[in-house]
Design a protein around this ligand. Structure first.
Ligand code: UD1
Ligand code: UDP
Length: 386
């Protein structure tokens, strides 16, 4: 029996780990997966809601780290995750996903305790070190023993960095496993009733949360001005991330938004409601990594409000476009799509709902090679609840 910790912390981690937890649980003869939740995201609508929707079990441990500066948050995760392992629950493998602070913090703890680490969604690069996520990605990949990539550009990036090809496995996009599994439930969402909207009405869907977009007054005001302008042509649905909401309030920009009747601002939405909105949108404007990918899967035009993306395949093969960070570019690019000039795309290879199966195959071979079979099945109680 191999004990595996699956680390989650922030919203996008849930969609990535749920399918892997489910798949590993189908093989209880050889795997015992436990979810460890760092508590980086903690609001009901940024965390618990997804456990219910994605049928994930209660976490084995909840580290309750909450928010903080980059250093403080990362340090709290390191301290508490190390405490958990030293208290007696030493896994055979730790799997981290994506690029959030919980990813690098837990990878670092495991590696220093001589526990092997697998990185799900390895190899993505924006080459923009101003982003905390890029630092998290590069460092996590550097210390991981198993690198599970979503697309072949990621393999190339890792090879360029001198990483041994034996460690690199192209498994596909695990977030799409969740999408494929829950698509039917998403169809049944009554989000349009909740928003008091006609489902046939055209709309743009917006999400924003990158510090580079929402942490400075001028940049945030520019983006809100763009939305108000676009709102003169199409309805906009904007489920607001807590970081963005806080900054809009702190900068005194709330009234600015209420000037547009076509702008519907909501709390962060549940996964099913959000997927339904993505699928039916005329246009998506975002700075989210996952939303760029999901819009490519749905074939919905996406304008990424960033200077770069670590997910270039959504541009080369999908429906994504980077758009200049100024009002004119954002509004003009949106109007082109509204008028019907849309970029066609295709679904990239292995974005097919079967990535978790491929990951388990890689793990089977990896464990077999090393002959790691342990009888430590861990404590089934929740050991830590800070
Ligand atoms: C984090 C990730 C980012 C990811 C995003 C997904 C890092 C460095 N950043 O960014 O890569 O794209 O999650 O959503 O790991 N807050 C709440 N309630 C919550 C969570 C956050 O109010 O449940 C507020 C707090 O004011 C907090 C702020 O949002 O300070 C930012 O949260 P944090 O987790 O630090 O970063 P995100 O912007 O969410
Ligand atoms: N998402 C959601 N509700 C929302 C916004 C996003 O369920 O209101 C989902 C979205 O479908 C995707 C994931 O959250 O699966 C993306 O997370 P986020 O944008 O927070 O993080 P990123 O991908 O940028 O790291």
């Amino acid at each position: 029996m191999r004990v595996i910790h699956l680390i989650v912390g922030a919203r996008p981690n849930f969609m990535k780990m749920a399918p892997l937890h489910k798949e590993l649980s189908l093989h209880q003869d050889r795997y015992k997966p436990s979810i460890i939740h760092t508590g980086q995201h903690y609001d009901e609508k940024m965390s618990r809601l997804f456990f219910d929707e994605l049928n994930m079990p209660k976490p084995f441990a909840y580290l309750n780290v909450r928010s903080g500066t980059q250093g403080k948050q990362t340090a709290r995760i390191i301290e508490r995750y190390e405490d958990l392992i030293l208290a007696g629950d030493k896994p055979d493998l730790v799997i981290v996903a994506g690029d959030v602070n919980s990813t690098i913090a837990c990878a670092l703890v495991a590696k220093k305790l001589q526990i092997h680490v697998a990185h799900l969604e390895a190899g993505l690069r924006s080459y923009d070190e101003r982003m905390p996520e890029e630092i998290n990605r590069v460092l996590t990949d550097r210390i991981s023993d198993i690198l599970l990539t979503p697309s072949l550009d990621a393999n190339k990036n890792l090879i360029k960095e001198g990483i041994n090809t034996d460690k690199i496995h192209f498994v596909g996009n695990i977030m799409i496993d969740s999408l494929v599994e829950h698509q039917k439930k998403a169809e049944l969402s009554n989000i349009f009733d909740k928003l008091i909207m006609n489902p046939d009405e055209h709309y743009a869907l917006v999400t924003l949360h990158r510090p580079s977009n929402v942490d400075e007054y001028d940049g945030l005001k520019m983006l809100l001005t763009s939305l108000v302008e676009i709102g003169k042509h199409i309805k906009i649905i904007f489920p607001m991330h807590p970081r963005t909401k806080k900054n809009i309030q702190d900068f005194g920009l709330s009234n600015y938004l209420s000037s547009s009747k076509n702008l519907i601002i909501t709390e962060p939405l549940g996964y099913f409601d959000f997927l339904k909105l993505e699928k039916k949108a005329k246009l998506i404007l975002t700075d989210s990594g996952g939303v760029q990918e999901e819009s490519t899967y749905f074939g919905v035009p996406c304008l990424t409000l960033r200077e770069n993306t670590e997910r270039p395949i959504t541009i080369t093969e999908g429906t994504n476009q980077l758009v200049g960070l100024n009002v004119e570019s954002i509004v003009n690019s949106s109007l082109e799509i509204i008028e019907g000039k849309v970029k066609k795309g295709k679904i990239p290879k292995y974005w097919d709902g079967k990535t978790a199966q491929r990951v388990v195959k890689v793990l089977d071979e990896w464990f077999e090679k090393r002959n790691i079979v342990t009888e430590n099945i861990g404590n089934t109680e929740i050991l830590f609840n800070y």
